[in-house]
Design a protein around this ligand. Structure first.
Ligand SMILES: C[S@@+](CC[C@H](N)C(=O)[O-])C[C@H]1O[C@@H](n2cnc3c(N)ncnc32)[C@H](O)[C@@H]1O
Length: 503
C-alpha cells in the first residue's frame, strides 16, 4: 500500500461495475416513495451529477452517455482509476463527463473544488465505511458546499448490526493477510486462505452465524480486486444508520429512504410482529434501527435530500402515476412469487400478467398501466407497482420513452464492449447507455456483442461465426452452450433492449 492513501488500498485498481442505485431516476423514485418531492429529471433537464469515489468510472460514463445534456463530474484519488476513466471517455467521445483526481479529505478547501459544479444528484458507492473519519469529514464539507437545495445524495455503506458477527473474520483476513503478502491482492488472497482454513476448522466466530459462514464460502469465487478493496483497508468499519445520518446532517441532508426500493415497504420487509415493535416509534431513525436489527442485509443504500419537502399522499401518487417504466424481462419470465426480506410473497398473476404484457410493447406510463381494462387488483397504488417492478429489477424508469438511440450512446456501448470483453466474463451483468431510459439498461457483454453484429447487418445465420470468434478455445460442449447463449440473446434479450432504446 502506498503512503498517500490514508490506509485505503491504492496499489491495485478496483473492478469496473455499474450499480443502478447510483442512477438519479432510481434515487428520485426512492424520494417519491418516501413522500418527499424529488428532483426526478425531466427529459431535457440539465442535470448536474456528481460521483465521489468513482473508481474506473463506468457508472458516471453510462449516465453521461445516456444523457448528453447532463454535466457529469466524477472524482477519485487513485490516478490509475482516473486515467482509465478519462481514456474510456475519450475513446468513446463522451464529452459531458469530467474525471478529477482529488482526495476527498481535503478537496472542499482545495482550489480544485472550483472545478466541481453544484449538484442535483450525488452518489457514493462503496466509499463511506471503507475510508477514515478524516475522509468522511471531508466528504461532508464537500457536500455542504456542493449539493443544491432540494438535491439528492445516495450513499452505500456496510451496515451494523448485520456486520457484527463478521468483525472477527474481516480482522483476521486483513491483519494476518498483511503479514503474508506485500501487494493488497496477495494480502487478500492469503487472508482469505486463512479465513477459509478457520472455517474448515469450525472456528466458532466464523461458523456460528450462518451468513458469515455462507459469505466465507462465497468469497472463494469473488474477484481478488473486490476482496482487497472490501477487506484490506485500514479504516474498514461498518456503521449504524443513525451515525451516518447524523454525520450527513452536517451538510443539511435529511435521510429519506432506501434506494433498494423494496426496503421502503414495511410490509415487504418486516414480519407483522416486527412491524408492531417498529411502529411504536414515529422517529424514522429509530424505525431504521429496529429494521436493521431485524434484517440480515449487510449493505445499506440510503438516499438523503438537502431540504426534504414532504408531499401529501395525493401529490405523491400523482407524481408516481406519471413515471414511465421499461420492462427488463420477457413477459413470460415474469416471476409470480418473489423472495422479500419478510418472506416469500405472491405477485397476483391477474394484475402483473396484463401489466407485463402491455410493457412488452415498450415503456408505459404507470397511470396508463393501472388503467388497463383487464386488470384485477388495486388500481390506486402506483407506489406498490413501482416498488415491485423497479425494486425487483423487473423494470427501469424511462426518462424519454420511445426516443431513438443517439450516436453518443451507441458509440459508448461499442467501446465498452471492445474494452471490457478483453478482461471480463462476458456474462457478467453491466449496463448499456440508453437515451430513451436516461439510465443504464441492464445487460451483459454477450448482449452488446450481438447488438454490434446485428448492427453490422448479421443475423441468426452468423451464430456459428460468432461462436468461432468468441469460443475458439472451448470444447464441443462449451461451444454448444455458447450457441444457446446467442440464441437466447437473439430471441429474448434483443427485443427487450430494442424496447429500451439501446439499439
Ligand atoms: C470500493 S471502490 C468503489 C468504486 C466505485 N464507486 C464502484 O462502486 O465501483 C472505492 C473508491 O473510493 C476511492 N477513494 C478511497 N479513498 C478516497 C479519497 N480519500 N479520496 C478520493 N477517492 C477515494 C478509491 O480509490 C476507490 O476507487
Amino acid at each position: 500500500m502506498s503512503g498517500w492513501g490514508s490506509g485505503y488500498v491504492t496499489d491495485i485498481t478496483y473492478m469496473t461495475g455499474y450499480y443502478r442505485q447510483q442512477s438519479p431516476s432510481v434515487m428520485a423514485l426512492a424520494c417519491l416513495l418516501g413522500g418527499v418531492a424529488s428532483p426526478l429529471p425531466g427529459p431535457d433537464h440539465p442535470v448536474s451529477y456528481l460521483e465521489l469515489g468513482c473508481g474506473q468510472g463506468l457508472g458516471a460514463l453510462v449516465l453521461a452517455a445516456s444523457n448528453p445534456h447532463w454535466t457529469v463530474t466524477a472524482i477519485d484519488f487513485n490516478p490509475a482509476h482516473v486515467a482509465a476513466a478519462r481514456a474510456w471517455a475519450a475513446q468513446a467521445g463522451v464529452t459531458n463527463v469530467t474525471f478529477l483526481e482529488a482526495d476527498l479529505s481535503t478537496l472542499a478547501e482545495d482550489p480544485a473544488a472550483a472545478l466541481v459544479p453544484e449538484a442535483d444528484f450525488v452518489s457514493m458507492h462503496g466509499v463511506w465505511s471503507w475510508v477514515p473519519s478524516v475522509v468522511q469529514d471531508g466528504i461532508v464539507r464537500l457536500l455542504r458546499a456542493k449539493v443544491k437545495p432540494g438535491g439528492a445524495v445516495h450513499l452505500s455503506y456496510n451496515a451494523l448490526p448485520a456486520w457484527g458477527p463478521a468483525l472477527g473474520m474481516q480482522r483476521v483476513l486483513r491483519d494476518c493477510g498483511k503479514r503474508l503478502g506485500s501487494r493488497s491482492d496477495r494480502q487478500a488472497e492469503e487472508g482469505l486462505k486463512l479465513v477459509q482454513a478457520l472455517r474448515a476448522a469450525e472456528a466458532l466466530q466464523i461458523v456460528r452465524a450462518p451468513w458469515v459462514n455462507a459469505l466465507v464460502e462465497r468469497m472463494g469465487g469473488m474477484p481478488v480486486q473486490y476482496l482487497a478493496h472490501e477487506y484490506i483497508n485500514d479504516a474498514w468499519a461498518p456503521c449504524f444508520h443513525a451515525d451516518v445520518s447524523e454525520a450527513l446532517a452536517g451538510a443539511k441532508l435529511d435521510w429519506v429512504g432506501s434506494v433498494n426500493l423494496i426496503e421502503n415497504f414495511a410490509d415487504l420487509t418486516l414480519s407483522p410482529e416486527q412491524r408492531e415493535v417498529q411502529q411504536r416509534f414515529d422517529d424514522p431513525i429509530l424505525r431504521e434501527l429496529v429494521k436493521d436489527v431485524c434484517l440480515e442485509r449487510s449493505l445499506r443504500h440510503d438516499v438523503f435530500v438537502r431540504g426534504a419537502r414532504r408531499m401529501n399522499p395525493a401529490m405523491r401518487d400523482a407524481a408516481l402515476m406519471d413515471v414511465w417504466l421499461a420492462l427488463n424481462i420477457a413477459p413470460e419470465d415474469m416471476p409470480y412469487e418473489a423472495d422479500m426480506p419478510a418472506g416469500r410473497a405472491a405477485l397476483n398473476r391477474s394484475f402483473y400478467g396484463p401489466i407485463t404484457e402491455a410493457m412488452a410493447a415498450g415503456p408505459q406510463r404507470v397511470g396508463d398501466l393501472l388503467a388497463l381494462p383487464d386488470l384485477e387488483g388495486k388500481r390506486d397504488n402506483p407506489a406498490e407497482l413501482i416498488g415491485i417492478m423497479v425494486g425487483l429489477d423487473l423494470a427501469e424508469p424511462a426518462a424519454r420513452p420511445g426516443a431513438a438511440p443517439i450516436p453518443a450512446a451507441t458509440r459508448f456501448n461499442r467501446v465498452t464492449n471492445a474494452n471490457l470483453s478483453r478482461t471480463e466474463n462476458l456474462g457478467r451483468p453491466i449496463a448499456a447507455a440508453s437515451y430513451a431510459l436516461g439510465t443504464g439498461a441492464p445487460c451483459s457483454l454477450f448482449d452488446l456483442y450481438v447488438i454490434e453484429r446485428v448492427q453490422a447487418g448479421e443475423d441468426e445465420g452468423s451464430v456459428d461465426n460468432w461462436v468461432r470468434a468468441l469460443g475458439n478455445n472451448l470444447d464441443d460442449e462449451g461451444r454448444g452452450k455458447l450457441r444457446d447463449v446467442f440464441a437466447k440473446v437473439l430471441r429474448v434479450r434483443l427485443p427487450i433492449l430494442r424496447a429500451q432504446g439501446v439499439y
